[in-house]
Design a protein around this ligand. Structure first.
Ligand SMILES: *[C@@H]1O[C@H](CO)[C@@H](O)[C@H](O)[C@H]1NC(C)=O
Ligand SMILES: *[C@@H]1O[C@H](CO)[C@@H](O)[C@H](O)[C@H]1NC(C)=O
Ligand SMILES: *[C@@H]1O[C@H](CO)[C@@H](O)[C@H](O)[C@H]1NC(C)=O
Length: 289
């Protein structure tokens, strides 16, 4: 009476597989067979447990990536605006518009870099889920708080540094304080360290002092970021900071809610205005006003 027949296969195992595990010399003592069955059984159970743990671990790993960097298809995305990494191929233009030799043309282009949509209002619950500290409460919807998108802060800083340099070029009194320029340079430096951009700029013997000449690189899409900021309007305009920063209330700076938004109704009510008052259509302040 062989006790081996009491063995029940694990789910998915065929009887034939079990039989294949049998010792070829089945004529030997039942005791030996029983011992080898117990060993095999322990081995199989160990393998199954190990395999199950691997699946659980893989699942947790994917879940973790999903919330930070992955959209489930293995594509990397940025944390907040969900921008695709390396989404667009960009020509590394060494003589682009912002280097125009005509001072006036170039000044106007730098002035037109618009940072206002970079102030965004997002739901406090969403920000908490993302692990963000809570920002200033959005005055027109107290379930939201305000943030300044870093790329826009960097643009603001580049504009300030450009403007200080422009004042210097024109021999005009400085419009941006020394401390503000230093702060901006420091923050741009921190950006560079943080990004640790390892894109390799190609060298070329025929252009010894210029690298990345006629080269392309892969970037996130700034247009996609712009779209995301416009979908989360903070209704803010920076304007002439010398004038605006000195105002007793900062609320008028936050009146520029998009037409048709529920926030705009609150803005109109707060300022005692009617439907015909469309702050978003007011002309934007410029360096040339
Ligand atoms: C580089 O920038 C200049 C000025 O904006 C533009 O005319 C030119 O087409 C750009 N070159 C490429 C290859 O995009
Ligand atoms: C260097 O630049 C020239 C254009 O100035 C280009 O024709 C050449 O292919 C580039 N590469 C090398 C390796 O010289
Ligand atoms: C900005 O505001 C200050 C203070 O009111 C004023 O002196 C200056 O002319 C303004 N600058 C521009 C370019 O509007």
């Amino acid at each position: 009476m062989a006790r081996k027949h009491e063995y029940k296969p694990l789910i998915g195992e065929e009887k034939s597989d079990i039989q294949n595990l049998e010792s070829p010399c089945s004529s030997s003592a039942d005791k030996d067979n029983t011992r080898s069955y117990i060993l095999n059984l322990i081995l199989i159970i160990a393998v199954v447990i190990s395999f199950s743990l691997n699946i659980v671990q893989l699942g947790l790993y994917k879940l973790n990536l999903h919330s930070v960097h992955e959209d489930g298809t293995g594509t990397r995305r940025s944390i907040y605006a969900g921008l695709l990494e390396g989404d667009v191929k960009v020509y590394w233009n060494q003589s682009g518009a912002y280097t125009d030799p005509d001072d006036d043309v170039r000044d106007h282009l730098w002035d037109q870099i618009d940072i206002d949509s970079g102030i965004v209002a997002v739901p406090k619950i969403w920000a908490k889920e993302k692990g963000l500290p809570e920002g200033t409460t959005f005055p027109w919807d107290t379930d939201k708080s305000l943030y300044f998108v870093n790329a826009y802060h960097s643009l603001h800083c580049l504009k300030n540094v450009y403007r200080a340099f422009r004042d210097h070029r024109m021999g005009a009194p400085p419009t941006v304080s020394h401390a503000h320029v230093i702060h901006c340079l420091d923050q741009l430096l921190a950006d560079t360290f943080c990004q640790a951009d390892d894109t390799l700029r190609v060298t070329n013997r025929s252009t010894p002092h210029v690298t990345a000449f006629q080269q392309h690189r892969q970037c996130r899409s700034f247009d996609a970021l712009q779209e995301w900021t416009l979908a989360h309007p903070g209704c803010y305009r920076y304007g002439n900071h010398t004038l605006e920063d000195a105002q007793p209330s900062q609320l008028p700076r936050m009146r520029f809610c998009p037409e048709g938004s529920p926030e705009l109704e609150k803005v109109r009510a707060y300022f005692g205005k009617g439907e015909d008052w469309k702050p978003a259509e007011e002309k934007k302040w410029s360096w040339f006003d």
